[in-house]
Structures are given as C-alpha cells and as structure tokens.
Design a binder for this molecule. Sequence first.
Ligand code: GDP
Length: 414
Amino acid sequence: ICLLYLSHQNDGCRTLPLSMHVGFDSLPDQLLKKSIKQGFCFNILCIGETGIGKSALMSSLFNTNFEDSPSTHFLPSVRLRAQSYEIQESNVLLKLTFVKTVGFGDQVNKADSYLPIVDYIDAQFEAYLEEELKVMRSLFSYHDTRIHVCLYFISPTGRSLKNIDLLTMRSLDSKVNIIPVIGKADSISKTELQEFKKKIMTELVTNGIQIYQFPTDDETVSEMNTITNGHLPFAVVGSMEKVKIGNKMVRARQYPWGIVKVENESHCDTVKLRRMLCTNMEDLREKTCAYYELYRRCRLEKLGCKDVGPENEPVSLQEVFEAKRLEFFLEMERKEEEIKQRFVQRVNEKAAMLEEAEQQATLENRLHREVLSHNTWRYLKDKYMWHLGTWFSGGVGSDGLTVVFHDLKGLSMS
Ligand code: GDP
C-alpha cells in the first residue's frame, strides 16, 4: 500500500492526500500489468494432408504472411515443423508458435502417421516437466512450447472421416484441445457442407473422440460459445493473397466465377474460428495445463513417486527418493554381476576354442610331416637311387625335409 504524504497543514490539522486508489481490489490491475509486460504465448498445431491449406489459414487468421517453403508429397515419414513469431496488438505481445505437420497422409502405409505427432506433444510436456523439476528453475522466463490447440484439417470430400483422421484424433484427444476444421471449404457446396458437418460430428461421437468444446459456464461468452459449438467443425478458407474490392484490399480467393472472401462469414467460418480462438485463448491454455497435469502424474508415477503409501499414509519425497536410489543401486549391482559372469563365460569359451585349435594344428602338422616324408622318400628313391644303380638305405629325417642316405659300406650323408 502506498501512501503519499502530506502537503500542507490547515488549522493545525495535517491533510494527507492519496496519490492513487489504495486497496486490494487493485490486485487484478497488478496482474494485468505484469502479464502485459511479460507477454503471452500461444502454440497452435495444424495437422492435415500436404496442401490442405494449413499455412494459408494461419496467415489468414493472424493477418500475417507466415513464410514457409512448400512441402512435397515424397517424404518417407511425417515430420513436424515449428516456427515462432512475435505479434503485437495494441500494447499486448503474443509469442505465437505455429507447428505444422509435413508429409502427413503421403505415405503408402499410413498406420503410424500419428506417432510422430504424439511424440512431439509429449516431448513438449517432458521439456516443461524437466524445467519444473530443475533445482534452478525459471518458469517465468521459460518459453513454454506445450501445444494449446490443435487444428485438425479434414479433407472436403463431402463423404466421411478417413481412418487416418479417426486414428490420429483418437490418439490425441487426451493430450491436446482438438478443434476440427474442414479445409478448402470453398470446394464444397452449401447444402453438402451442412450434411458433411453433421456427418463428421456423428462420426466423432460414435468413435468416442473428444473434441474441444468452447466453454459455456462463463455467462459473458456462454451464448456465443453455445452457438459456435453448433458450427463445429469450422469450414475454413485461407488465402495468402489480397484482392482489391472497391477501394479496399481484402484477403480473398479469386475464381473465374467469383470471389471467396476469407473475412466474410457467409462465405466461410474463418472469422468465427479466429474470434473463438481469441476469446477462449485463456481457457485453451488452462485446459492445456490440465492435460499437462495428466502427463506429469503418469510420468511421476512411472518414476515411482507417489503422495500416499499402501495404507494411505503420506509419503515424503525424501522417502521416495531414498527408495528409488536403493532400487537403482541394487539394479546396478545386479547388472554388474551379470556382466562379470558373461565376461568369465566368454573368456572360458575362448580358451576352450584356442585349446581345440591348438590340438587340431598339432595333429595336422604331424599328418602333414608324415605325408611329406613319405612323398619325399619315394620321389628321391625313384629319381636318384635307381639311377645310381646302387642300393641305398636311409630315410627322411624327423623334420620331414632332411634325407639321410647310407651306402652299403655304412657311410652316410644327409
Ligand atoms: P499446406 O501444405 O497445408 O500448408 O497448404 P498451403 O497453405 O501451402 O496451400 C496449398 C495450396 O492450396 C496453395 O496453392 C493455396 O493457395 C491453396 N489453398 C490454401 N487454402 C485454400 C483454400 O481455402 N481453398 C482453396 N481452394 N485453396 C486453398
């Protein structure tokens, strides 16, 4: 509380004028000031086939041209590409991260297409958890990359959801706020669009897929949100270009038969989507925290942390830590013993192999010498002894190479 003091004295009484209103009802203003100073961050994930209009929609929603190289249809797997921007409106700074899938739906086998997306969302939760568990943490300045909303692009086929759509949305609905949108909605007629929207909503319910519902418990937005929930999935149109209509440049798509205006609510739901994202941004951020809590709980439980023991007694973090440390040491000891035994076993195996090889070599050597001495003697006898016309006795030396001759007089030479 701030008091400013006195200025003047009047008839012996001091008057203390206040420089500003004093009271704890100024708390929201303090929070507001702090939040404005810090800025806000909002992360959007766009999932959809290559060329369905993800980049064009993002540019249209935030009236900025997000520079992005076009992706090809030939990637071997699905990847995620993140780009961050800072957008300013009045004195409010928004750090916007736009993450989009590349190569989604382009592979022959699409069964695992959702996995890289799940991994990406979990990786952002994990990064936040790591920061939270640091001794020297700074969550205030930490760039939160957790995904606040996922715009799921449905192809404007007019038929139904594809298997890949159901599979992906089902694997994500417990991790992120999903808002389904029909991409390139200008390619579907008005009556077909209404039927298609109904069909999609029925299929989502039948398959037990939870999508984000705009909150209706806050009376200031309750009516608008109830009506908007009835417009889901949004039929969106995006464009990177601006067209001159009258003396105004507007974001639109120009065709030989006419112009589709992105900002015109009777042409598409892009403006509705923008309005709903902006008015419910805080709710989306809060729900993301709830999804994060779920992730954090599972993760810590997996690590063996718990709040209560088997008999509902409170468990301190210190106890959990000690137990985990002991478990870790025992595991390490077990592994060390296992490695030692494996090493001894391999040494014994090698020694046995060497011994066997040595025996084999000795045997082969002996055989070789015998064969050699036999052949040498026969060769020399055939070639020289008969030729000399003399009987010689003798033999091959023990090395298999030296030949010893004895003539009849007992003289010998080798
Ligand atoms: P991304 O690969 O999903 O990011 O798709 P892009 O936003 O790069 O758009 C791919 C192509 O589709 C571009 O030629 C866009 O002009 C076009 N496009 C984007 N949005 C729409 C739309 O709402 N309707 C139609 N008809 N074409 C669109």
